[in-house]
Design a binder for this molecule. Structure first.
Ligand code: HEC
Length: 97
């Protein structure tokens, strides 16, 4: 578990054994603190696993620019540059459960 992003929050919310955390690109494992990795967990935050990478990338760009309303994602999206966001989106798109 890499905890460099929002350390206290990400680590406090992180679920042990989140899917394939070992081969995730930097930052991706921090997302699963809020975006559940498992479909057996009911959360208000939409899941990212199995989503089309382009949808994740577009949402992150819009959060970053402020075009898309957000509570926390605007701040989180600003922490990643485009190649990092692309890598995270591609990784989530390739996951399944
Ligand atoms: C602190 C909790 C938290 C963390 C950590 C987090 N998110 Fe989010 N995410 C949210 C919330 C809450 C929303 C709903 C929009 C809002 O209120 O900001 C959201 C929305 C999204 C959406 C839009 C989903 C949709 O269908 O509308 C995407 C894509 C997304 N997050 C990607 C990510 C990625 C990628 C990461 C890791 C880099 C991440 N999030 C980390 C809480 C979090």
């Amino acid at each position: 578990m890499r905890c460099w992003l929002l350390p206290a929050l990400a680590c406090a919310l992180a679920q042990p054994g989140a899917a394939h955390a070992a081969d995730a690109p930097p930052g991706a494992s921090s997302c699963s603190g809020c975006h559940a990795a498992s479909k057996t967990v009911e959360t208000a935050v939409p899941r990212l696993v199995g989503r089309k990478p382009v949808e994740i990338v577009m949402a992150m760009r819009e959060f970053k620019s402020g075009a898309r309303p957000a509570t926390v994602m605007g701040r989180i999206a600003k922490g990643f540059n485009d190649p990092e966001t692309d890598a995270i989106a591609a990784w989530f798109g390739a996951q399944s459960d």
